[in-house]
Design a protein around this ligand. Structure first.
Ligand code: MLT
Ligand code: MN
Ligand code: ZN
Length: 278
């Protein structure tokens, strides 16, 4: 199985257009919004989430570029972990490929109703709550009841899931969990045999948004890296990498003590474009 990290930043990316904080103006390597591509055979690819940056992410990744026919694309479908705009707005950018299958939990499909109504005008997308990726084995774990701000529905969650994707041919296992409100029940077993776990790295510390006068960080539903690092220490097996990193996260700076603490725990903060073969 091939895995490409198309984008590794949280909503807004890094730098964020309306932010002049120390990190956004530090000249760090830019990061686009969280999105992953996976493939069993290197020919057909599935997107895990679909960021607003998807056009540039596809054009910047040779394996995802159109061809060989004039209107052929190796992008076969999308699996969403949640209905947040940074994970779903890219579907609007892919409207030229009407009919792209999109898999997401029922709640997420319900939350996305406004976006689906727009997209259905451009060709009937196939919306489903079954999760089939040819050549790979997909399992789904509900991880959070945090719903997007724009959703007024009172429908119970789960509003966020994590994916475990296994290649039966190689035994390679990827877990993708970019939005975790807590270390959820069942997560230890879900990641037990993973070769790579992509983990919510939105915030380093629990009070980070205070520095930019941001919204209530707890209500945003992202457990800080400081909490995850304690759990990682108990699981030396999997390879851990943080993604969906917010532009307030000091670990973005490779020279920071926070970055060093992540590395010392055996985890990484891979940049956009990082590829893995599992
Ligand atoms: C989140 O991950 O909490 C959301 O994407 C926040 C946002 O609206 O950008
Ligand atoms: Mn997000
Ligand atoms: Zn900033």
């Amino acid at each position: 199985m091939r895995v490409v990290l198309l984008g590794t930043a949280a909503g807004g990316g890094c730098p964020q257009w309306n932010c002049a904080c120390a990190l956004c103006t530090a000249g760090l390597e830019p990061r686009t919004q969280d999105c992953v591509a996976v493939s069993a055979d290197g020919a057909g690819w599935y997107l895990l989430n679909c960021s607003p940056d998807i056009r540039a992410q596809i054009l910047g990744t040779p394996a995802l570029r159109a061809g060989p026919g004039p209107r052929e694309t190796p992008v076969r479908g999308v699996l969403l972990t949640d209905a947040e705009l940074d994970h779903s707005l890219g579907l609007l950018m892919l409207r030229e490929g009407g009919g792209l299958p999109v898999s997401a939990p029922e709640t997420v499909l319900h939350g996305l109703s406004p976006l689906r109504a727009i997209l259905d005008g451009y060709g009937s997308s196939a919306w489903t709550s079954t999760f089939d990726v040819p050549g790979l084995r997909v399992s789904v774990l509900p991880v959070s009841d945090k719903k997007p701000k724009y959703v007024s529905s009172t429908q119970d969650g789960p509003w966020v899931v994590a994916y475990r994707i296994e290649d039966p041919a190689t035994g390679g296992v990827l877990v993708y969990a970019p939005c975790l409100k807590s270390w959820p029940p069942g997560f230890d077993a879900f990641v037990a045999d993973a070769n790579l776990v992509l983990l919510d790295g939105t915030f380093y510390a629990p009070d980070e948004m205070a520095g930019v006068g941001g919204p209530d960080q707890l209500a945003m539903g992202h457990l800080p890296i400081t909490t995850s690092l304690a759990r990682i220490a108990a699981h030396p097996g999997p390879r851990w990498a943080f993604t969906h990193i917010n532009n307030t996260n000091p670990a973005l700076d490779p020279a920071s003590p926070e970055h060093a603490a992540v590395r010392a725990s055996g985890a990484s903060l891979p940049p956009d474009g990082t590829e893995y073969t599992l």
